[in-house]
Write a protein that binds this ligand. Structure first.
Ligand code: C2E
Ligand code: CA
Ligand code: CA
Length: 755
């Protein structure tokens, strides 16, 4: 059924919106991460440079501080007498100052190259201090790895000449180990960021935080070596760093590198102002950012996920809401509120599905309604009437097979898809029976009669609506009081229906254009062998000259009510003719006109007749009303009183077609008829058998006894006339005397001048 399709229709946009949201979120995330990465890089690089600068400044302070301590040593040694200081005094001064700064050693070198150490020993310094240093005039910082002559420790030498009365008197040297430069707190931030290395302007590693420098220095003599071996840097990046480090003018900077496995790394460097030969280099990998970035990325992904989950939850809520809404819509679209069963929409889809699925099964469509449902509604109320509709659906469910389906279409109209099995009629009978039993249970005593049109579905037919219409067409032929409850659709019937439709569409204009003509069939008094009167019979003369007989259109008019207008028109035509005859001084004879049941039900009927008879001043007894016997089967009392009223208007009343239905002579006793018209069917069929003749004689005698005239219609032969005469029948009507003829012809041929 259609639900699946609807759901698909719904899922598609939801999935698309979901995917789109995801793509947008993802793109925003990626852009956001990229942006963050860029600014993080910038931020961290700047931060590192700041830290490097701070480290450089601290180093500068340190150097300046050390210098001043060494200068203080030199000053004290110079002031205290022209080289006349005792060894003991020299050691005391050196010791005093050594404690101020963390020197490895403080020493005084005299002009004679004797060197005095703070730890109170002396020796010849020629192998320690190179020649030109003895000549220094100003304080100086000097970097060496060879002070102790073992090429091991890099040392910073702070050299300050000792001046005595303007005379140079040797110099003081403060020794500081390069390997302790990075020990200070000033470098803690940088140490955390990555590898921290102190080099000279040639890139020689003086101190570093990544290894035990003293043991491993051989492995990586220079920072370039280290960069290549440990970081896997490209040659051009190494030479770039070389250029930067050896350029003393270049105070700081950052270089971005890629190693052989394409990972990024960076280095930043800075140098102390007072001794730019010292270079502080910080090397770090991308991870320094990604650590922070990862948090942000994780945050972004988490945000994205939260959004996605929210979106999914939202979609699910919307979907659930929507599917319950669509369920409701489906319910409204396919279910019938009153019976709780399915409705016509569902029926059509279901029937189409069954026909397609089981082409071998002969299916039928039945279209039925409840006879006189309006009456049930009025007499038992809407609630019970609705209950009855529900019962029908429930019982149909119980009685009809699988693949069969019965639904209420509208009001009391039902459609049934049934399999054309041999027991179908029997099943329908059982169904009706059960419905009636249950109707009785709820207090509906009025018999539930189901009037049904049937359509046998032909192969390859697909239009269910059309099939239902065809079944309905058949059902409509049952309208009226027929005892028959089922009609089967046939092409002939369809043809009739089409004809009826055409008749209906043309009838009003036809009446207006006076296409309905009054024909008259004479009635004969066989006793006196002379005209007794005539019956007005309608003919429809079409514009094209074709004549249509009442059997083709009267039943249609009886159904649609137009017969009332036609009957009155015919009555007026008869009145006019009689009036003309009288006015022209010609002999006038009674004329009978046919009156339909509908007319009798019109509350204005009596008034209309009275008005018409008065208008044409019709003498008493000249108009006879023929009313067919079936009219009197129902609402007997009402009909009796109408006939009595008509009698007062002084018209003749005749019972038409006596013997064609369930006629009863009893009726003659109760109804004030003047004439009994014995039906031509009865007469022609009965004429041969003696017993029928006897019955006819009895009827005639009895009627005459009640003062009712008897007229036999459909008399075609002389033999019939003779026989009727013998049976005591005085009046006859039939082709033997004349067919119905145009009123003018009747007047001309039968109503001669008054003798
Ligand atoms: P009905 O009232 O029984 O009319 C008698 C029908 O029998 C007429 O058919 C007439 O032509 C036909 N008939 C007369 N003599 C013979 C005969 O010897 N042999 C045979 N086989 N038939 C004969 P018609 O004129 O075709 O009328 C048919 C029916 O149409 C009438 O039956 C009547 O029920 C109805 N009808 C005709 N005109 C009117 C009308 O103005 N109003 C109403 N309500 N019904 C009308
Ligand atoms: Ca008649
Ligand atoms: Ca008749």
């Amino acid at each position: 059924m259609p639900n699946g399709k609807d759901r698909n229709n719904f899922i598609k946009p939801v999935v698309m919106i979901g995917a789109l949201t995801f793509i947008v979120c993802f793109a925003v995330c990626v852009f956001h991460i990229y942006d963050i990465r860029q600014s993080m890089e910038k931020e961290i690089n700047e931060q590192l440079l700041v830290q490097l600068d701070i480290a450089g400044e601290i180093l500068t302070d340190d150097i300046v501080n050390t210098e001043s301590v060494v200068s203080a040593v030199a000053a004290e040694l110079g002031e205290s007498g022209k080289g006349s200081l005792t060894e003991y005094q020299i050691y005391r001064i050196l010791n005093k100052y050594k404690a101020i700064d963390d020197f490895q050693a403080v020493a005084y070198i005299k002009e004679d190259h004797t060197i005095y150490f703070d730890d109170e020993w002396k020796r010849d310094a020629s192998d320690m201090i190179r020649e030109p240093l003895y000549e220094i005039e100003e304080k100086q910082i000097y970097l060496t790895d060879d002070f102790w002559g073992d090429n091991r420790d890099y040392l910073l030498l702070f050299l300050v000449p000792v001046m005595n009365n303007g005379e140079r008197n040797g110099f003081v040297v403060g020794l500081k180990e390069c390997s302790r430069i990075l020990d200070g707190d000033a470098f803690s931030y940088l140490k955390k960021a990555g590898d921290l290395i102190i080099t000279d302007e040639k890139g020689t590693i003086l101190d570093c935080n990544f290894i035990n420098f003293k043991d491993q220095s051989e492995k990586y003599d220079t920072i370039y070596d280290y960069m290549e071996k440990v970081w896997g840097a490209d040659a051009d990046k190494i030479s770039e760093l070389d250029g930067l480090i050896s350029d003393i003018e270049q105070r700081d900077g950052t270089v971005q590198c890629k190693n052989k496995s394409r990972d990024r790394f960076f280095y930043s460097f800075s140098s102390p102002e007072v001794f730019p030969k010292l270079r502080i280099v910080s090397m770090y990998t991308e991870n320094i950012y990604t650590g922070v970035e990862n948090t942000i990325i994780f945050g972004s992904i988490a945000a994205c996920m939260v959004m996605m989950v929210s979106m999914i939850i939202f979609s699910v809520i919307v979907f659930k809401h929507n599917s319950s809404a669509s369920q409701l819509i489906t319910q409204l679209a396919f279910e019938d509120e009153i019976t709780g069963g399915k409705n016509l929409n569902f029926f059509k889809e279901y029937a189409a599905e069954m026909l397609a699925k089981y082409p071998g099964i002969p299916f039928m469509i039945h279209r039925f309604d409840i006879s006189n449902f309006r009456y049930i509604n009025e007499a038992y109320g809407h609630v019970r009437a609705d209950q009855l509709l529900k019962i029908i659906i429930e019982e149909a469910r119980a009685v009809f097979y699988s693949k069969e389906l019965c639904v209420r279409m509208d009001a009391d109209q039902f459609a049934l898809l049934a399999r054309n099995t041999q027991d179908l009629e029997e099943r329908f009978f059982t169904f009706t029976d059960k419905v009636n039993t249950r109707a009785l249970d709820i207090g509906i005593r009025y018999p539930v009669k189901l009037k049904r049109g049937v359509y046998q579905i032909k192969n390859k037919e697909t239009d269910i609506s059309l099939m239902i219409d065809k079944a309905n067409m058949a059902r409509k032929t049952l309208i009226g009081e027929e005892k028959e409850c089922v009609a089967v659709y046939s092409d002939l019937l369809a043809n009739d229906m089409r004809k009826a439709d055409r008749i209906e569409s043309e009838m009003e204009t036809a009446l207006f254009n006076r296409e309905f003509k009054m024909y008259i069939q004479p009635k004969w008094d066989i006793l006196e062998d002379k005209l007794y009167g005539g019956e007005a019979l309608v003919r429809w003369m079409k514009e094209d000259g074709n004549m249509i007989y009442p059997s083709d259109f009267v039943p249609v008019f009886e159904k649609n009510g137009f017969i009332e207008q036609l009957d009155l028109y015919m009555l007026e035509s008869a009145c006019k003719m009689i009036r003309d005859q009288i006015d022209e001084g010609k002999p006038a004879y009674p004329i009978s006109v046919n009156q339909s049941r509908m007319l009798l039900n019109d509350p204005m009927y009596i008034n209309r007749i009275t008005e018409m008879l008065n208008r044409y001043q019709i003498p008493k007894g000249y108009i006879e009303l023929e009313i067919t016997e079936t009219v009197f089967f129902t609402e007997r009392e009402k009909m009796i009183s109408i006939l009595n009223e008509l009698k007062e208007v002084e018209v003749q009343l005749s019972m038409d077609d006596f013997g064609s239905g369930y006629s009863s002579l009893n009726m003659l006793k109760d109804f004030p008829f003047d004439v009994l018209k014995i039906d031509k069917e009865f007469f022609s069929e009965s004429i041969t058998s003696e017993s029928s003749k006897w019955i006819l004689r009895m009827i005639i005698e009895m009627a005459e006894g009640l003062g009712i005239r008897v007229i036999c219609e459909g008399v075609e032969t002389k033999e019939q006339v003779e026989m009727l005469r013998k049976l005591g029948c005085r009046y006859v009507q039939g082709y033997y005397y004349s067919k119905p003829i145009p009123a003018e012809n009747y007047v001309e041929s039968f109503c001669g001048e008054i003798a």
